[in-house]
Design a protein around this ligand. Structure first.
Ligand SMILES: [Mg+2]
Length: 226
């Protein structure tokens, strides 16, 4: 296998174990307005920008007879819950080792995240091992047109590294993120949440991305690549 021109990393649920915390914050905010979110609904929110999620959740609240809300009314409830939770997020298993491995071998890296610059600063603060990832595309990046599942985040990350997206390996955990990386032409690796297996995996991630059970596997694949 050929070494990637660069590794493009999602952040939430891939490098940092934030997704259960994001889900808990959306669940508590929706519950505040009388709506329980299902596991499938929470999965559909994964990997998307905060405002896109807010539009989706307030739509679900209204459709089931709840109040007509603005995104800012919903986020006023959700954000304090999320911020208190997210600073506690631990790394995903193998993430610090993988970033250090790429850094040591001189494999270019970029962050391709739906999270805003401010949210990344909050979450990444306790994790100095993320610092070698110097090139970053945020969900509120002024040069970014469309969020995931559109390919723009990955295309912009590759462009900033000066490489072709089709020569990059992309790492994702969410259906929206996998779709984005596939549309950008990257070689896509997915780290699915542990509760998905069998048919649910194939349904959730069409297009047969390379499935990972642990990021340590990627270090092995990079060591085997030329
Ligand atoms: Mg993610």
């Amino acid at each position: 296998m050929v070494l990637p021109a660069a590794c493009l990393f999602d952040l939430d649920g891939l490098l940092l174990d934030t997704e259960p915390l994001h889900a808990r914050a959306w669940q508590q905010a929706a519950r505040h307005f009388g709506r329980e979110l299902s596991a499938d609904e929470l999965m559909a929110l994964r990997g998307r920008r905060r405002l896109d999620c807010a539009d989706q959740v307030r739509g679900w609240i209204t459709a089931s007879g709840g109040p007509a809300l603005s995104s800012s009314e919903l986020l006023a409830v959700r954000q304090p819950i999320a911020e208190a939770l997210l600073v506690q997020a631990p790394p995903m298993a193998g993430a610090p080792e993988l970033v250090a491995h790429c850094h040591r071998r001189g494999i270019p890296m970029a962050l391709a995240t739906s999270s805003s610059r401010e949210a990344v600063a909050l979450k990444a603060g306790p994790h100095p091992w993320l610092q070698p990832i110097g090139v970053r595309v945020h969900g509120d990046d002024p040069e970014l047109q469309r969020g995931k599942p559109a390919p723009d985040v990955f295309l912009l990350a590759a462009q900033r590294l000066g490489v072709d997206a089709t020569a990059c390996w992309a790492f994702e955990d969410s259906p929206a993120g996998v779709a984005a990386a596939q549309a950008a032409g990257c070689r896509v690796h997915v780290l699915p949440p542990p509760h998905l297996d069998g048919d649910a995996l194939a349904r959730t991630y069409p297009g047969e991305p390379t499935r990972l059970t642990d990021l340590h596997q990627v270090i092995g694949a990079l060591e085997a690549a030329q």
